[in-house]
Design a protein around this ligand. Structure first.
Ligand code: ADP
Length: 217
């Protein structure tokens, strides 16, 4: 827990330091221009968004509260998520395939959103130019099976056992240009456990990664 708190503090400290120095620079200027104000505001807005997302994620990890299931349109949820990452999807020229046995599912809305948002955003982030993402959802033997597969950089066998650990990032040098804090998959794992499900991952370096989630239907 000590290690977790230290990592969390460090991750929160970095964006705050970025904001603080941007504000200090602006403050030092005698007469900052409108553009300089605009730039600083933009940076602060972006950074506070990152910070609030991290705080929300940390709350999910630490919150012992149970969430009730509801009838939810999974399609609507995934469309909202893909919409959020539309810029990156377009930039990378990714093809998205979605196959859902039905539209409405009896699920935990907040936990499912965290699960899908993290898996899908990773599938975008770690994908290659011109790659694809496949999302499937079906009921088999009274269980909901979800699969998120990508054609991205993959994860090497030595890193694979650790990717669900808080703040773990495989191959930091390769990951340097890809933004992240190593919290996404630990949130996914926590969400899956809270829903009494299971998650397994298959990956091949340079070929792609596939996450299989099984949840009680
Ligand atoms: P983040 O993406 O913020 O680094 P995550 O907890 O979501 O953190 O993932 C942990 C690590 O697992 C990532 O840093 C990356 O190295 C690896 N990873 C996760 N998802 C994928 C994926 N779809 N393809 C390749 N590597 C992945």
């Amino acid at each position: 827990q000590k290690h977790f708190a230290a990592n969390a503090a460090h991750e929160l400290k970095t964006p705050m330091a970025v904001m603080k120095s941007a504000i200090q620079v602006l403050h030092l200027e005698e007469k900052p221009s409108a553009e300089e104000y605009e730039e600083t505001l933009e940076l602060c807005l972006e950074t506070t968004e990152q910070l609030s997302q991290m705080v929300e994620e940390l709350l999910v990890i630490s919150n012992p509260k149970e969430e009730a299931k509801e009838e939810i349109s999974l399609k609507k949820m995934t469309e909202e998520i893909f919409q959020k990452y539309a810029g990156q999807i377009q930039e990378k020229d990714l093809v998205v395939w979605q196959q859902m046995q039905q539209d409405t599912w009896y699920i935990h809305p907040v936990l499912m959103r965290f699960l899908l948002e993290n898996l899908l955003s990773n599938a975008v982030k770690y994908n290659r130019q011109g790659g694809s993402i496949r999302l499937t959802a079906e009921i088999k033997e009274n269980q909901l099976h979800l699969e998120v597969a990508d054609t991205g950089i993959g994860i090497s066998p030595e890193h694979l056992p650790h990717i669900f650990t808080c703040f773990y990032r495989a191959d930091p040098s390769r990951n340097k240009e890809i933004a992240g804090n190593g919290l996404g998959l630990s949130i996914v794992k926590t969400a899956v456990e809270k829903m009494q499900g299971e998650i397994i991952v298959e990956s091949e370096e340079g070929q792609g990664t596939c996450f299989h989630v099984t949840l009680p239907a």
